[in-house]
Design a protein around this ligand. Structure first.
Ligand code: ADP
Ligand code: ZN
Ligand code: MG
Length: 476
């Protein structure tokens, strides 16, 4: 009997605030250890938390982007546990009254709706370091810079059925959160983290009474792989008549397997209670609506609009809309050049290749959308050929000059004078008697080669169509 996977995800994203959730320490990544700490985030006795309103605003923004209902009143709660990276001995989180609930995202092709149980605010813990010191065998070190950094935790309903759907969902969630600019969502820097819960049941049956939580997933690819491994492992146990216990497992990316970390705590192990040092969190209807008004057009809508308005294939439109930065770049270039199709082509081939080779993102790309638009206009108005444009593009990529300046300096103006091309045609026919003869004998495929030779002879400045016509005429 085939068993059906049941998957639910818990995602933590670091909110893009300048300071921490309850104190004014900087929420910076990558600074020397323990340089951003104070009595509040160190949990010293008597220090009181003060809520960062920017974090609340970003939390509301994230919640609205994923179609949640923002709760007018929510409550911070203490989640008590002992761990060296948690100096207070408790984490301030939200428990039975989260900031937002009942959202959803539609992801994948065909789209699958994943309901979102909740989004709540909480503070991050510090970082234990067990390696890289001369005395690592006898000592662990602590970096408390991350203590108190604001996080939004997003919890999905167990609506996901395959590891591939989990991957699609996470990609879509990340795109959405980046669109509304609430988080960098950088898994390497820990600003996006995901835990995956998985169990197996008879198809369509009730929710299994157990679930296994997998942690230590540092890429979407690894979420998918870890789920595939777990489904295989659990399936084997169940088919052999065994039982699976509720537990937390760690994924080992090098070995591609999960291993038991601990039997899962129950909520009562955390002795949750309302945080006595903070008032209930209230957001007004006006605040919610004013944040809603700033939510930009999101991925699904935008890719559809690109396809419709600019007559692009759905696949291309989806790539161009995959990040807000790329979408904005494309749209500015399309509007300024008046040629959306060419803009799409240049961005999807030349520009994306450069981004990949240089491992940079759109904002660091050296050519502005206005420059690329001008380059496209210079092809369309006959100033330069497509071939010469590639040369200009390469120079622009190196950060050199402006489009018209480069065209002039490098002598790339398209040859307008037919007689100059005719001269090149005559020269090419003379230098390539064999292909010329083959063409005359009906092997017309050699024309492409001869056009290439004319382009070469003119330094890419002949109009290739014109070159083809003149060649045909000369050879007939
Ligand atoms: P916990 O008691 O561990 O906090 P929750 O009910 O809050 O459990 O769910 C945590 C996550 O586990 C959610 O993403 C939820 O969708 C998922 N989940 C719950 N039950 C199952 C199950 N049987 N199989 C897989 N995932 C599940
Ligand atoms: Zn602090
Ligand atoms: Mg829970």
């Amino acid at each position: 009997m085939e068993l059906e996977p049941v998957i639910g995800l818990e995602i933590h994203v670091q909110l893009k605030t300048r300071t921490k959730l309850f104190c004014r320490c900087e929420a910076a990544f990558g600074d020397p250890p323990n340089t951003h700490t104070c009595p509040v985030c160190l949990g010293l006795p008597g220090a009181l938390p003060v809520l960062n309103t920017k974090a609340v605003e970003l939390g509301v923004r994230a919640a609205l982007a994923i179609n949640c209902t923002v709760n007018r009143a929510s409550q911070f709660a203490r989640k008590n546990y002992f761990y060296p990276d948690l100096p207070k001995g408790y984490q301030i989180s939200q428990y039975d009254r989260p900031l937002a609930s009942n959202g959803h995202l539609d992801a994948g092709e065909p789209a699958v709706r994943v309901r979102l149980t909740r989004l709540h605010l909480e503070e991050d813990a510090g970082k234990s370091m067990h390696e890289g010191f001369p005395d690592s065998d006898v000592r662990s070190y602590l970096d408390l810079n991350r203590c108190g950094v604001p996080l939004a935790e997003i919890v999905s309903e167990p609506d996901i059925r395959t590891p591939g759907q989990a991957h699609d969902f996470l990609t879509h969630l990340k795109t959405t959160l980046q669109y509304v600019d609430v988080s960098d969502c950088n898994m390497e820097e820990g600003s996006l983290r995901c835990d995956a819960n998985v169990s197996l049941r008879l198809p369509g049956g009730p929710l299994p009474g157990y679930k296994v939580e997998v942690k230590n997933l540092n890429s979407f690819r690894n979420v998918q792989r870890a789920l595939e491994y777990e489904i295989e492992r659990q399936g084997k146990i169940l088919r052999d008549g065994g039982e699976i216990t509720r537990e937390t497992r760690l994924y080992d990316a090098d070995r591609g397997l999960t291993s038991s970390m601990r039997s899962k705590e129950e909520a009562h192990d955390y002795r949750y209670f309302p945080e006595p040092d903070l008032l209930p969190l209230e957001v007004t209807e006006e605040q919610i609506e004013s944040i809603r008004a700033t939510i930009p057009e999101l991925f699904a809508e935008k890719s559809k609009r690109f396809a419709d308005r600019y007559q692009l294939p759905g696949y291309d439109a989806a790539i161009l809309a995959s990040s807000k930065a790329l979408a904005d770049y494309f749209e500015e270039c399309a509007v300024q050049s008046g040629n959306p199709k060419a803009s799409s082509n240049w961005i999807m081939t030349e520009m994306m290749r450069e981004l990949k080779n240089r491992t940079i993102d759109v904002p660091a790309f050296p050519i502005s959308p206005a420059s690329l638009a001008l380059l496209i206009r210079r092809i369309d108005d006959g100033t330069i050929t497509g071939k010469a444009a590639k040369e200009v593009f390469a120079i622009l990529c190196e950060g050199g000059g402006d489009v018209d300046g480069i065209i002039k300096e490098k002598g790339l103006l398209q040859i307008q004078d037919d007689s100059a091309i005719e001269a090149a045609v005559a020269q090419v026919i003379q230098a390539n008697p064999k292909p010329a003869e083959q063409y005359r004998n009906g092997k017309t495929a050699t024309l492409g080669f001869l056009v290439g030779q004319v382009m070469k002879a003119t330094g890419g400045r002949a109009n290739p169509q014109k070159a083809g016509e003149l060649l045909k005429r000369a050879l007939s």
